[in-house]
Write a protein that binds this ligand. Structure first.
Ligand code: NDP
Length: 449
C-alpha cells in the first residue's frame, strides 16, 4: 500500500487507473496525498464529502487543434490544452506553457499544483494551466504571433477576467502575452484583465516580470533565517536562464549571495566572480543561448551538458529554476556533497521524490515550488486587483506586498507542518495549508456546482 489511509489508497488507485501512464500528474498527486495522511485521519468530513476524489479530478479539461501557417506558407498543426482544475476559492488562474514536451500529463500536474499554490498566496484564485506542444525556438516573430492568435481563437471561449485568467510560463513571456491579449481583445471586444503578465502600457503590473525569482529569494531568506543563516556570502547555484532564473539571480545577489553558475537546456556557465544578471537579461531579450554569456564576460566559462552543473559546482544555496524533474537522486547527492544547506524550488517540481528524500535525510532545508515560487502568481493576483480598480501601484508598493505574501506563505507552511506533526517540513506544510483552504471551501459550496 502506498498510503496508510484506506481512503487515500482507494482514491489514489482510481486516479492511477483513470490517468494511466501520466507520470508527472501521478507524481504530483502522490506527493500531495502523502502529506495529507494525518489531515484525512483527523478530519473525517473530507472523506464524507468526497474531497480527495473531487480535488484530483479537473473540473474541466479542454484539448484543441491549433493550426497556423509558417513563414514558408506551410500549414502547421499543434495541440493546445487548458485544464481548469479547481474554482472553489476564485476564478481559475495559471500560466500557459509553450514547449515541445507539453502533453496532458504535464498540463494536469501543473494545474493540480497550481490549485494549492494559489490557495497559499491568500488571494482568491482557483487553479488552472494551459499550453501547447508548439516549440517557440527558432520561430520568427510573425510565426509566434500567428501561433498565439490561433491558440487564443479557441482559448477565448473558455477564459475571462472573472472566469479564468492565464499568464506566462515556459516559452511565454511579455511578447507572447501581448499577442494573446491582442487577439482576445479583438475577438471579445472588451479590454479586461483576462490575462496577466501584460505590458506596462496596457494593464501590466510593475514587478510581475521579476516576481517569481524575487519571491523565491524572499522565501529562501525566511527559510535560511530559521537556522540563523542568510544569503550573505553564500555561493548560489541557479538552473535555467529564463524569466524565473534571471530574477532569482538578481535578488540572490542583492541579498548578499554570489551566483556562481547558471544553465540552460544545453549547458552551464560558471564564473567565480559572480554571474551578472544584466548580461543574462540581454541574452534573454535577443533569445540568445547562455553559451554566448562568455562572449560578454571573459572571466566566465561555458561547459556543455546542463546536468553537469550539479556535479561540478559546489554551492550552499541551490535554486532550481528550469523544469520538472531536472534533479534526480544522484544529482541531489552531489548537491549535498557539495555543501548545500538549502534547496528552494523556483521551477515546478524540479526535484524527483528521491532527490527530496536525499535532502531531508541530510538535513538540508528544502522549499517546495508550490510555496517558494508562488510569488509569480501572487503578483498576477495583484495585477488583477489593479486592473479591476483601473489603477497602477508603484514598484515599491508591489514589491512590498510580494515580500509580505512570501513571508505569510512561509509562516503558513511552518504552522501547518507543526500542527500535523511534521515538525519543520515545509513540503508537508505547503500541501496541508494549501489543501485545507480549498477543501473547506468545497465543502461549504456543496457537492453540485
Ligand atoms: P523560461 O522559458 O523563461 O525559461 C526556462 C529556462 O530553463 C530556459 O533558460 C531553458 O533553456 C531552461 N531549461 C529547460 N530545461 C532545462 C534543463 N533540463 N536544464 C537546465 N535548464 C533548462 O521559463 P520560466 O523561467 O518562466 O519557467 C521556469 C520554471 O519556473 C518552470 O518550471 C515554470 O513552470 C516555473 N514557474 C514560472 C513562473 C513564471 O512566472 N514564469 C511562475 C512559477 C513557476 P533553453 O532555452 O535552452 O530551453
Amino acid at each position: 500500500m502506498a498510503f496508510k489511509s484506506e481512503y487515500l489508497e482507494r482514491v489514489y488507485e482510481s486516479v492511477e487507473r483513470r490517468n494511466a501512464g501520466e507520470k508527472e500528474f501521478l507524481q504530483a498527486v502522490k506527493e500531495v496525498f502523502t502529506s495529507l495522511e494525518p489531515v484525512i485521519e483527523r478530519n473525517p468530513e473530507y472523506e464524507k464529502w468526497g474531497i480527495m476524489e473531487r480535488i484530483s479530478e479537473p473540473e474541466r479539461f479542454v484539448q484543441f487543434r491549433v493550426t497556423w501557417v509558417d513563414d514558408s506558407g506551410k500549414v502547421r498543426v499543434n495541440r493546445g490544452y487548458r485544464v481548469q482544475f479547481n474554482s472553489a476559492i476564485g476564478p481559475y488562474k495559471g500560466g500557459i506553457r509553450l514547449h515541445p514536451s507539453v502533453n496532458a500529463s504535464i498540463i494536469k500536474f501543473l494545474g493540480f499544483e497550481q490549485t494549492f499554490k494559489n490557495s497559499l498566496t491568500g488571494l482568491p484564485m482557483g487553479g488552472a494551466k494551459g499550453g501547447s506542444d508548439f516549440d517557440p525556438r527558432g520561430k520568427s516573430d510573425m510565426e509566434i504571433m500567428r501561433f498565439c492568435q490561433s491558440f487564443m481563437t479557441e482559448l477565448q471561449r473558455h477564459i475571462g477576467a472573472d472566469t479564468d485568467v492565464p499568464a506566462g510560463d515556459i516559452g511565454v513571456g511579455g511578447r507572447e502575452v501581448g499577442y494573446l491579449f491582442g487577439q482576445y481583445k479583438r475577438l471579445r471586444n472588451e479590454f479586461t484583465g483576462a490575462l496577466t503578465g501584460k505590458g506596462l502600457s496596457f494593464g501590466g503590473s510593475l514587478v510581475r516580470t521579476e516576481a517569481t525569482g524575487f519571491g523565491l529569494c524572499y522565501f529562501t531568506r525566511e527559510m535560511l533565517a530559521s537556522k540563523g543563516e542568510s544569503f550573505e556570502g553564500k555561493r548560489v547555484l541557479v538552473s535555467g536562464a529564463g524569466n524565473v532564473a534571471i530574477y532569482a539571480c538578481k535578488k540572490a545577489t542583492e541579498l548578499g549571495g554570489k551566483v556562481v553558475a547558471m544553465s540552460n537546456s544545453c549547458g552551464y556557465v560558471t564564473d567565480e566572480s559572480g554571474i551578472d544578471y544584466r548580461v543574462l537579461e540581454k541574452l534573454y531579450e535577443r533569445r540568445a543561448p547562455i553559451s554566448e554569456y562568455v562572449n560578454e564576460v571573459p572571466t566566465a566559462k561555458y561547459v556543455e551538458g546542463s546536468r553537469n552543473m550539479w556535479f561540478d559546482v559546489k554551492a550552499e544555496v541551490v535554486l532550481p529554476c528550469a523544469t520538472q524533474n531536472e534533479i534526480d537522486g544522484e544529482a541531489a547527492r552531489a548537491i549535498v556533497a557539495g555543501g548545500a544547506i538549502a534547496v528552494a524550488e523556483g521551477a515546478n517540481m524540479p526535484n524527483t521524490p528521491e532527490a527530496i528524500e536525499v535532502y531531508k535525510k541530510a538535513g538540508v532545508l528544502y522549499a517546495p515550488g508550490k510555496a517558494s515560487n508562488a510569488g509569480g502568481v501572487a503578483t498576477s493576483g495583484l495585477e488583477m486587483c489593479q486592473n479591476s480598480a483601473r489603477l497602477s501601484w508603484s514598484f515599491e508598493e508591489v514589491d512590498r506586498r510580494l515580500d509580505d505574501i512570501m513571508k505569510n506563505i512561509y509562516k503558513s507552511c511552518v504552522e501547518a507542518a507543526a500542527e500535523y506533526g511534521f515538525g519543520y517540513d515545509l513540503e508537508a506544510g505547503a500541501n496541508i495549508a494549501g489543501f485545507k483552504k480549498v477543501a473547506d471551501a468545497m465543502i461549504a459550496e456543496g457537492v453540485v456546482y
